[in-house]
Design a protein around this ligand. Structure first.
Ligand SMILES: NC(=O)c1ccc[n+]([C@@H]2O[C@H](COP(=O)([O-])OP(=O)(O)OC[C@H]3O[C@@H](n4cnc5c(N)ncnc54)[C@H](OP(=O)(O)O)[C@@H]3O)[C@@H](O)[C@H]2O)c1
Length: 222
């Protein structure tokens, strides 16, 4: 059975995408907390899906090399969904250096590392799909979201370039843009006062899977 690797699969949109893509793939969940990953994997397996998980901090090239090296050897991986992300919000001068680095390291470097390590595998097979979960924060600047937007604009540029660089290789690359979702992403944030207008991650995951034909862009919201 072909597999999909989903980073940030232990919660929110990643867990919801696992439910959708689990209908056609074995799901390999990646994240830092093995407890969260195990609980999603157990839920999927109890529903009759096939799921496995690996703890991996995608900001560490050594961990990505080690974990992806293992799973690319033993699984028939057809798709990588770069979904893991981190967001801290507020006026720029109030963001700590650690918060700035966490956003850039996770959202930008993490996405680049997992893709870089997986590409030779996909190129050897002359097939594969890479989907990068961005945000409407990758389309326009927003108040108190400067570094988060910067990180998501970076992933937009990375993704658009790969679409061109991989043309004709059999590897499809897709950027996905969505607005707010009611997920644990906002658990420790005062940035959003009212999440009631937000979509659920299940709604967004359903729409992504419905629309996904390997095209360069999917817009859930603009
Ligand atoms: N929620 C929204 O309103 C919204 C809107 C647009 C786009 N997005 C994007 O959607 C994606 C999913 O976010 P979400 O809303 O589902 O939030 P979430 O529930 O907080 O999910 C983020 C996931 O990323 C994982 N993660 C964070 N840092 C990691 C690292 N260094 N290595 C590996 N995994 C890491 C987390 O697991 P661990 O902590 O266990 O590592 C977590 O499961 C993100 O890229 C986010 O930017 C969210």
């Amino acid at each position: 059975m072909k597999s999909v690797v989903i980073t940030g699969g232990g919660s929110g949109l990643g867990a919801a995408l696992a439910e959708e893509y689990g209908k056609q793939y074995k799901v390999i969940l990646i994240g830092r907390s093995i407890t969260k990953l195990n609980s999603v994997a157990d839920r999927l397996n109890s529903k009759g899906y096939k799921a496995d998980c690996f703890a991996c901090d995608i900001t560490s090239i050594d961990e990505v090399q080690h974990v992806f090296g293992q799973l690319l050897q033993r699984e028939d991986v057809h798709m990588l969904i770069n979904n893991a992300g981190s967001g801290k919000f507020g006026p720029l001068e109030e963001l700590s250096v650690d918060e700035i680095e966490a956003m850039l390291d996770t959202n930008v470097k993490g996405t680049i590392f997992t893709t870089k390590i997986s590409l030779p595998y996909f190129k050897d097979r002359q097939e594969g799909k890479i989907m990068n979960i961005i945000s409407t924060a990758g389309l326009r600047g927003k108040v108190n979201e400067s570094v988060y937007c910067a990180s998501k604009f970076a992933v937009k540029g990375f993704t658009e370039s790969l679409v061109k660089e991989l043309e004709g290789t059999g590897i499809q690359v897709t950027a996905v843009y969505m607005g707010g979702m009611d997920t644990p992403f906002w658990d420790h944030s005062e940035h959003i006062k009212d999440k009631s207008r937000f979509k659920t991650p299940e709604q967004v995951a359903f729409q992504i899977a419905e629309e996904d034909q390997g095209q360069p862009e999917i817009f859930i919201d603009r």
